[in-house]
Structure formats: structure tokens, C-alpha cells
Design a binder for this molecule. Structure first.
Ligand code: M6R
Length: 628
């Protein structure tokens, strides 16, 4: 999720790149940098943190050249410091990169053997090494790029410049977007349209495995074998609303793409990186819960939380809609780690069913908006019973956030689309941390388990990025799906709530009938629905319930259902059983939900989009349901 801008032209490249990066900052703001031709060399300036930090460093500088590339980073490999900030330079070659080079360890080991020295921990730097090494054998920048592309496995979009041919930029991609804008004697190349439109509305969209050879007054497109590709420019129309959507046609799509960062932001305040352990910050039991986290006595605060959690003998999770499904995942996580009994309820039922709340109960209320009427009422009822309450909200100081005794923030950033997406994954991430915290408080969590868990959670955003990079497969599946009369989404264990969430997304966006079911329940009724007009979406990751889920899939298949399976890694068996097999990176059971939900959201999005529905504002719904 990084932003990229390159410029060749008569304007000041520093200004164009800075303004462009500013519009892309939502993609990442761990660090930023640019490299601009100055005399015979590309002068590189980088800064940790937001773009303003970079600007403070270069605002007063002037560069003599007319070519530059810039980047705003969201860290995947290597911590967000200046050394890891882009551009990365190796002698005369400088690059910026968005994406993940999956075989970077292999390539890095190979480069190290031949004497390459690395100055960052990123996967990106080695692309500069590979290009530079190639150029040492006398090749030009473009030729070197053609040699390097077949060596890269993963999703990437890259701009490369060289001091040997400083009047050109070579752009290439496989996965993340890259566009070339052609103006009057100037070219702007960027990851997103909004960085280009202030200068020109004539744009070429690069396809995967295409290379653009860009000069100030010309651009040539080729495939990766160097064969010319004829491309027709598109004239784009642009308005302020589109700028806010960050170039995405809908807020929902933008929010789906923001999910890796949402997860990173949700967990970041609560992880002790050094010890790879959980340390919830600012929950607020016993202290002012709005205390500024930077001023917080972290140890004292954490001890108070642990002491409060150690008293808990029963947990009630109460929420509505998507937040309720996130709560169901929470139930699986907490019970499995801690053995504390957990009940999950929809708030509209819970508030009226006179629930029995035993002593030492904790109620966890989940609400993106923090204003959902039923959830708020359920919270108020339980507070009267004297039980301890904890909220998980995205909107700070919302009613639910203010009224609960303790709180955690989703930290997902503003969610505009009515269909909840990033708030869901942030909540899943927080439930992982809560489960670990209860485990610690109850003394039933082994250090090694905790460390592995935290490592897996820290790696989850990068895995989510990989899933997003394969959106075109979800789009293809969405194209077939829109012809079906009904949908059964199924899964077992922690994947069952994800099936429910997938069905909800299709209902609310595509207005199609979809049911979520526990896969094992299929033979108790829903199997009768299956014929060749029914699509079955099966969550079938390689977990301990894999074989059982697979049998359910065979049963559905035998009745003629069209199967879309979501599994992990290379799974020929599952693939052979499915019309569409959507493969996710292999991960542990508690990370799987974070990955699985992405194809389901995108499937629903694509079906709805193809049907011409307003994805951001589905009919009859509202973002915040403040009435009963
Ligand atoms: O703001 P909340 O999380 O309390 O909202 C709960 C539901 O209204 C919400 O999740 C709803 O189901 C979404 N539209 C689902 O995408």
C-alpha cells in the first residue's frame, strides 16, 4: 500500500512529486522520499514519518534537473525508518517500489554471495541491485529491467532511473496499479490517478507484465519480452469527490484496500515489539480512559487491565451485523485460549431476553459507529447489573465508547461505505489481542505461543496485501456469480462467522439471496436447496477441520452446486472440486479470517458493481443505525 509518483518535464519535479504524494498519503505514511536529478546525479532525500517531515527537509532546496521519482511508504519488509524509506539507490540506479517481492530472501542471499552490500532491510532495495548489476555488463536501463523482471516473484509496481541515462524513467508492474499521464511536453507516472490529473487527463493504464519507457516527450509500451504494445490513451474525468475516494470508484473499495493498514494500526499500540508480547494500552479500567497514550504509565495501566481480566469468569459479546460476526470470531479465540465461557448475542435480542449475568462477568460491546441503538441499550442494561463492560469502537468518544467502563479502539480510520469492511478486520485483530490478554491474566498462555501469535499477527498485513493483489481473480469469479439464484456461504470453526459475513456482504451490496451456514449443518436442511442454480462459497483453509469441510464441499458438489472455494496455498484437491478456487497465503487458524474475508468482500463488491448498484450506499440501509 505505498504511493508512487514520477515526473519528467519543465515544472519543478520536487513540487509535482510532493503534491502528488500528498494525495497518496492515505496509502502509507511511515516514511517518504524522493530522488531528483541535480546536475549529473540523482539527489535522494528521505524522512521517517509523514510527508511533512520530508517537505521540511527539502522545501528550501532547489534541484537543477527535470526528472524525479518519489514514494510514500507503508512498511511491509523492514521497520519504518529512514534507511528503509524509498527511493533505494545502488550507485547509479535508483528505484521506488510498491508491493512485495516474495522471493527476496533467495535473491538477497544470491546478491550477498556476489558481494552486494545492503543499506536497508527492504525487499525493494535488491531490485536496484539487480538492475545495477545487469547494467554493469554494458546494458542500458531498459534492457537491464527486461533481464530483471523474470527474476522477480510477487506483486510490484516499480519506477527506475539511472544516472547513465538521466532523461528517462522505466516503469513496470505486476499487481499494484501504475498509470502514465501524458501532458504538454511532460509526463507524470503514478500509482494513482489523483496524482496525475492536475497536470493532464490523458492517461495510459499499465497492465500486468507491461513496461513503459518514458521520456519527457514520448512513452513507449512493451511486454516483458520487449515486444511493442499498442496502447490507446484514455481521457479521464475528475472531480473533488473522486479525489476524496483516493481514485477508487467507491469508498468501500478504498476501505477494502486500506485493511492491511487498519490491522497494523489496530494492533500497533498494544504490542511490546521487543518481547513479542501483548500489552494492551489505555483500556482504562481504574484510570481515566481518555488519558493521552503517550503520557500513560504503560506498566501500571497494563497491570490494572490484567488484574481486572483475572477476575473475569464469563464473557458476553454483544453487537449487531458485521460487528456481531466479528464477536463470534472473538468467541472462538477467547474460549480456545482461555477456557473462559463466552456467549455472543445480537444486541436486539440480548437487550430484551432478560439474560442472566453472573458475578464476575465482562460484557464486550462491539460497534464501529459506537452509536448503534440496540448495542447501546444492551450496554446500558448490563451496566445496571453491575457487570464490568468494555467497548470496541472505531469512533472515539461515541456514546458506546464513552459509556463503557473500558475501551479499545479499532483505529481503522474513518469508514464511509455503509458496508463495514476495515472495521471488521481491525476488530478481529483486537480480539486476537484480547484473547491473548485474558490468557495472560489467567496464567494459561505460554510465552512461546504468545510470541508465535504476535509474530503471525504482525505478518498478517503483508499477507492481506498479497490477497488484495489478486483482486482480478475475485472479479472473474464475481462475473460468474451474478447469474446464480442463490448463495450458500459455509465454513467451520472460526471460518463459520466469516461465511456469515460473506453472505451479509452479498445481501447488502448485491441484493441477492445469500445464507451463511455452519458447513456441518448443511445436511440438516440446506442441502435440499442445492441444484445447478445454487452457488456454494466454501471456506476451506488447511486447518484442523479441513477434511470435514472438504466432505461437505463434496456433498454440495454432488448435488450440482457451483463451488467457489477459498483455501490456502496450492491445493490441487480443492481446486479440482471447484469452479473457482481462490487461494490464500498459508497462515495459522487465527490469521485465516483476516485473509478469507477479503475475497468475500471483493466478490460482493464486484457482483454489485456489475449489477450497477450504488456500492457505498446500498438501498434501505444506513451507516449508523441509531433507531431500533
Ligand atoms: O456501527 P456498528 O458496528 O454498531 O454497526 C452494526 C451494523 O449495523 C453494521 O455492521 C452493518 O451490519 C453493516 N452495514 C454491515 O456491513
Amino acid at each position: 500500500m505505498c504511493g508512487i509518483v514520477g515526473y519528467l518535464g519543465e515544472k519543478d519535479p520536487k513540487e509535482v512529486i510532493y503534491k502528488g504524494l500528498k494525495t497518496l498519503e492515505y496509502r502509507g505514511y511511515d516514511s517518504a522520499g524522493m530522488a531528483i536529478l541535480d546536475g549529473e546525479h540523482f539527489r535522494r532525500v528521505r524522512a521517517q514519518g509523514k510527508l511533512n517531515n520530508l517537505w521540511a527537509k527539502i522545501e528550501k532546496d532547489s534541484f537543477s534537473g527535470s526528472v524525479g521519482i518519489g514514494h510514500t511508504r507503508w512498511a511491509t519488509h523492514g521497520i519504518p525508518n529512514e534507511a528503509n524509506a524509498h527511493p533505494h539507490a545502488v550507485e547509479t540506479v535508483t528505484i521506488v517500489h510498491n508491493g512485495i517481492i516474495e522471493n527476496y530472501q533467495e535473491l538477497k542471499a544470491e546478491l550477498a554471495k556476489t558481494g552486494s552490500k545492503f543499506s536497508s532491510d527492504t525487499d525493494s532495495e535488491l531490485v536496484a541491485h539487480l538492475i545495477y548489476n545487469q547494467m554493469q555488463s554494458g546494458q542500458g536501463l531498459l534492457e537491464a529491467v527486461f533481464e530483471v523482471i523474470p527474476r522477480l516473484i510477487g506483486a510490484y509496481s516499480i519506477l527506475a532511473v539511472s544516472e547513465d541515462s538521466p532523461d528517462e524513467v522505466v516503469a513496470f508492474k505486476n499487481g499494484p496499479p501504475l498509470l502514465v499521464g501524458m501532458g504538454e511536453n511532460e509526463m507524470v507516472v503514478a500509482s494513482d490517478i489523483q496524482a496525475i490529473v492536475p497536470y493532464t487527463q490523458t492517461v495510459f493504464y499499465l497492465e500486468d507484465n507491461e513496461v513503459a519507457h518514458i521520456k519527457q516527450d514520448s512513452v513507449k509500451f512493451m511486454d516483458t519480452a520487449g515486444v511493442a504494445v499498442k496502447k490507446v490513451p484514455e481521457e479521464v474525468e475528475w472531480n473533488q469527490e473522486q479525489v476524496e475516494k483516493g481514485g477508487y470508484p467507491y469508498f468501500m473499495l478504498k476501505e477494502i484496500y486500506e485493511q492491511p493498514r487498519a490491522v497494523a494500526q489496530a494492533i500497533e499500540p498494544h504490542i511490546d515489539l521487543k518481547n513479542k508480547s501483548v500489552r494492551l494500552a489505555g483500556v482504562g479500567f481504574g484510570i481515566d480512559k481518555y488519558e493521552d497514550l503517550s503520557k500513560l504509565d504503560r506498566d501500571a495501566d497494563w497491570q490494572k487491565t490484567l488484574s481486572a481480566f483475572s477476575q473475569v469468569e464469563r464473557i458476553f459479546i454483544v453487537a449487531c451485523g458485521t460487528s456481531y460476526y466479528a464477536g463470534m470470531v472473538g468467541e472462538y479465540l477467547i474460549e480456545r485460549i482461555t477456557g473462559i465461557p463466552v456467549e455472543v448475542d445480537v444486541a436486539s435480542e440480548f437487550r430484551y431476553r432478560h439474560p442472566v449475568i453472573p458475578k464476575n462477568s465482562l460484557m464486550i460491546v462491539v460497534s464501529q459507529s459506537g452509536e448503534t441503538a440496540d448495542t447501546l441499550a444492551a450496554l446500558r442494561n448490563v451496566k445496571k447489573s453491575g457487570a464490568m463492560t468494555l467497548s470496541i469502537c472505531n469512533v472515539s468518544r461515541s456514546s458506546i465508547d464513552r459509556e463503557a467502563d473500558g475501551h479499545l479502539y479499532m483505529n481503522a480510520g474513518v469508514e464511509v461505505g455503509v458496508a463495514s469492511t476495515k472495521a471488521f478486520v481491525s476488530t478481529l485483530a483486537l480480539f486476537n489481542l484480547l484473547a491473548l490478554s485474558f490468557g495472560k491474566a489467567k496464567g494459561c498462555l505460554e510465552t512461546a505461543t504468545e510470541q508465535q501469535w504476535i509474530e503471525d499477527l504482525l505478518g498478517a498485513p503483508a499477507q492481506m496485501e498479497k490477497v488484495l493483489a489478486y483482486d482480478k481473480y475475485f472479479d472473474e469469479a464475481g462475473n460468474d456469480l451474478k447469474e446464480y439464484k442463490g448463495f450458500l456461504y459455509m465454513g467451520r470453526g472460526v471460518n463459520y462467522p466469516i461465511a456469515l459475513e460473506g453472505a451479509l456482504k452479498l445481501k447488502e451490496l448485491a441484493y441477492m439471496h445469500a445464507e451463511g451456514y455452519a458447513a456441518g449443518e448443511m445436511k440438516h436442511g440446506p442441502l435440499a436447496l442445492i441444484d445447478n442454480k445454487m452457488a456454494v462459497v466454501m471456506m476451506c483453509p488447511q486447518d484442523e477441520l479441513y477434511e470435514k469441510t472438504f466432505s461437505n464441499l463434496e456433498e454440495a458438489r454432488a448435488r450440482g452446486g457451483m463451488v467457489i472455494s477459498i483455501g490456502s496455498g496450492v491445493d490441487e484437491k480443492l481446486k479440482n472440486m471447484s469452479e473457482h478456487y481462490l487461494s490464500l497465503p498459508e497462515s495459522r487458524w487465527y490469521v485465516n479470517p483476516l485473509l478469507e474475508v477479503i475475497p468475500l468482500q471483493l466478490l460482493a463488491y464486484h457482483v454489485a458493481h456489475r449489477l450497477g448498484h450504488d456500492v457505498d450506499q446500498p438501498r434501505n440501509l444506513a451507516k449508523s443505525v441509531t433507531v431500533e
